[in-house]
Design a protein around this ligand. Structure first.
Ligand code: CUA
Length: 347
């Protein structure tokens, strides 16, 4: 008896859960996932807006055509239905008017759709003349951002000023990746030995989520990044800070952090892969760690950038991010804490 009630109530709970999941899916469909951080419908810049307008135009055109075709089918079904007459109905062959109509109308539709599509293709291919340049380089599994005019190199967080067009040259050092910030622009492939172009602009100060959109190996899903769109003065302050860090690298006063620096540029071997501008560490394999503590995330957005998470990351990179190429180093807990103390000063 009691078992029966338990079964019935668990069945009811499952039904309720299914109903709720269905409701959430329906809500997502109706709102176009606008509440999610990687939505192509909730746009925040001119490039994404143009692309959304084209999507809307095409969608509505298809809706109108779909409705007209459905109405025609219903009309034909009613008009030519079987009314019980004897024998075959009258047969039609080679109706010139119909043949012309169903050839010409689709051609007109294609031309009608081609006009804004071609116009947008030209608009998107033409980088505005006042754009600033950033080189984007895909790595398994993180993103490198170089500002050639400013001498700044950073990783996984692309800082841009609000309202400023940005000319991105997208490439890769290993396999094909795809650079995508859904709320700012459509995706573009990052291909080794090739420089693809994409420009984008952010209308408002916000942190936009980006994601590698091409299956590129084990940690593809963890190859995320952030675009930090800032008011021009905050952006200028960030560039000054980054340049300053390169010119005057942090010299830790605290003995724990000082020991961390020795480890970083010595026994721990971090310098084999990582750069901290202005120090002996000039490795190119892993992310450039200049200004690491200014970033909001670590491990290509795998974790929030806190001391605990940094320690966890150095302890077990492959646990945080399966497939990560960063090795688990033979360090003691105390040594990792020293490294963390040094890295937390990079700001
Ligand atoms: Cu890089 Cu997927």
């Amino acid at each position: 008896m009691l078992g029966g009630i338990a079964v019935a109530s668990s069945k009811r709970r499952r039904m309720l859960q299914a109903g709720r999941a269905g409701g959430a899916l329906l809500a997502m469909g109706l709102t176009g996932c606008a509440a999610l951080p990687q939505s192509t419908i909730d746009v925040a810049g001119p490039v994404a807006r143009r692309q959304l307008e084209l999507l809307n135009f095409t969608t509505w055109l298809m809706v109108v055509i779909g409705v007209l075709v459905a109405l025609a089918v219903v009309y034909v079904m009613l008009r030519f239905r079987d009314r019980g007459q004897p024998g075959r109905p009258p047969q039609t062959r080679g109706h010139r008017g119909l043949q012309i109509a169903w050839t010409v109308i689709p051609i007109l539709i294609v031309i009608y759709k081609a006009v804004p599509t071609v116009a947008d293709a030209f608009y998107l291919a033409e980088t505005p003349p006042n754009a600033m340049q950033v080189n984007v380089i895909g790595h398994q599994w993180w993103w490198e951002f170089q500002y050639p005019d400013l001498g700044i190199t950073t990783a996984n967080e692309l800082h841009i000023p609000v309202g400023q067009p940005v000319d991105l040259r997208v490439s890769s050092v290993d396999v094909i990746h795809s650079f995508w910030v859904p709320r700012l622009a459509g995706k573009v492939d990052a291909i080794p030995g090739r420089s693809n172009k994409l420009w984008l602009q952010a209308d408002q100060a916000e942190i936009f989520w980006g994601q590698c959109a091409e299956l590129c190996g084990t940690a593809h899903a963890h190859m995320a990044f952030r675009v930090v769109a800032q008011p021009p003065d905050a952006y200028a302050a960030w560039t000054r800070r980054m340049q300053d860090l390169a010119a005057h690298p942090v010299t830790p006063a605290d003995p724990v952090a000082a020991r961390g620096q020795e480890l970083f540029t010595g026994k721990a071997g971090c310098l084999g892969c990582h750069t901290i501008a202005g120090t002996r560490a000039a490795g190119k394999v892993g992310p450039n760690l200049t200004g690491l503590a200014l970033r909001t995330t670590i491990g290509a957005a795998a974790l929030d950038n806190t001391a605990e998470n940094l320690s966890r990351w150095i302890h077990h990179p492959a646990e945080v991010k399966p497939g990560a190429l960063m090795p688990k180093l033979p360090l003691t807990d105390a040594e990792i804490q020293q490294l963390v103390a040094y890295l937390r000063l990079q700001k």
